[in-house]
Design a binder for this molecule. Structure first.
Ligand SMILES: Nc1ncnc2c1ncn2[C@@H]1O[C@H](COP(=O)(O)OP(=O)(O)OP(=O)(O)O)[C@@H](O)[C@H]1O
Ligand SMILES: [Mg+2]
Length: 384
């Protein structure tokens, strides 16, 4: 695990391309005095400690301090290397605070955050931040630097040779869909919101960090641009396979972007799991209300034609055809629009694989998840 020290010293691709991330009983209480810095809880501490302020291991009350609610409270979850984990929840629930504790812009009051198994608090902060790309909503591009110079900020700090910096900058601009010949010499004020956002992503990727933190990265652009940025980013991620901690208050974005979702409320984890499980089995009324009454349709967006076992085609032709990648939701809407009950599922070679029907798609919604009983991993309700 010393990708940090190799960053920028050899070919970028030799750096660990993704790191695992773990939150272990992390607390943050802003202001002084309320929480003493105490040794972090050990991993084998019982999870269900007394739920009374000041009585948890790792959090000691200062009796003279004013009572302020914790911004983050007993947050624990693990993100495997190469996955996108989305923190989602209402304004003020502690998403940004959680993110900033990873790169130590904010220090946790208690608990541990482990990057590839090593506590971030034990690492040199500069070396740590080199391993972490950071993208924020307002992008924070330097207005007096060109797009190319903005992307090259971290490589410049790391003393990369000029040619290598230039190559990397052009590679990254192309990667995020901006033609270097057109954009490299422009200034941020000469870009659209979506273009600026892409430059922000390119800049965060410049040193090929094994972890990316993204705080509402697409929130400032209009819905159409946002969807395109999301799609492009997912395509990019299929290639790069970074570990990504992504913040949004939009449950639809969370479902679309996340391999894993942490639903937060009042600083606490309310539910943790893959999007399909959260849609199928909301842990409580809070989650159910956020995923919405159309969570069935949302689940159909997560499944594709290839996931269905088609029926025998029996020689039928002239029906709508669906490639394996087509989402069930899109297939359903195509079938309804064509006023037909069935369509043809194609295989990867474009040959008919079988018949998919409106009924089969509807039935897919009732599939039991193979991960057990409803609410199997439901943590406690959020503090009321
Ligand atoms: N520097 C600070 N000092 C004191 N309290 C703070 C500070 N920063 C955040 N808070 C408080 O901590 C809580 C969590 O804030 P945080 O910024 O993490 O929320 P968030 O989930 O990112 O919200 P949003 O969706 O609005 O960005 C809020 O109650 C907020 O008022
Ligand atoms: Mg925030």
């Amino acid at each position: 695990m010393n990708a940090a020290s190799t960053a920028g010293s050899t070919a970028d691709r030799t750096q660990a391309s993704a790191a695992s991330l773990e939150f272990r009983h992390v607390y943050k209480r802003y202001g002084s005095g309320r929480v003493d810095e105490t040794p972090p809880r050990s991993a084998d501490d019982p999870a269900g400690s007394p739920d009374v302020l000041g009585q948890r291991p790792g959090v000691r009350a200062n009796p003279r301090a004013p009572v302020t609610p914790a911004a983050v409270e007993d947050l624990s979850f693990t993100v495997p290397a190469g996955s996108i984990c989305v923190l989602v929840g209402p304004s003020g629930c502690g998403k940004t605070t959680s993110l900033k504790m990873v790169n130590r812009l904010i220090e946790p009051s208690a608990g541990q955050i482990l990057l590839d198994g090593v506590d971030v608090m034990s690492q040199d902060v500069t070396a740590l931040r080199r391993r972490i790309g950071y993208v924020i909503q307002q992008v924070g591009l330097f207005p007096h630097l060109t797009v190319g110079e903005n992307v090259a900020v971290v490589p410049s700090l790391q003393g990369w040779a000029k040619d290598r910096k230039a190559d990397r900058t052009r590679e990254l601009l192309s990667l995020v869909g901006l033609d270097p010949a057109v954009y490299e010499r422009r200034y941020p004020s000469q870009l659209s919101g979506g273009e600026r956002q892409r430059v922000g992503v390119a800049r965060a990727l410049a040193a090929d960090p094994p972890l990316m933190l993204m705080d509402e990265p697409f929130a400032a652009v209009d819905p159409i641009a946002r969807e395109r940025l999301q799609d492009e980013f997912l395509r990019l991620q299929r290639e790069l396979a970074k570990t990504i901690l992504f913040v949004t208050h939009d449950i639809d974005e969370a479902v679309k972007m996340g391999d894993l979702i942490v639903v937060m409320n009042h600083g606490r984890l309310v539910q943790f799991g893959p999007p399909d499980r959260i849609l199928a089995q909301p842990a409580n009324d809070f989650v159910a209300a956020r995923v919405g009454a159309d969570r069935g349709l949302k689940r159909l967006s997560l499944r594709r034609i290839r996931d269905l076992e088609p029926e025998a085609l029996d020689g039928r032709t002239g029906l709508p055809e669906f490639e394996p990648r087509v989402k069930l939701r899109d297939a359903l809407s195509a079938l309804l629009a064509a006023d037909t009950r069935g369509g043809i599922a194609l295989d990867d070679d474009g040959k008919p694989r079988g018949l998919v029907t409106v009924e089969a798609i509807a039935a897919a919604l009732n599939d039991e998840l193979d991960t057990g009983r409803p609410n199997a991993e439901t943590p406690r309700e959020p503090a009321g």
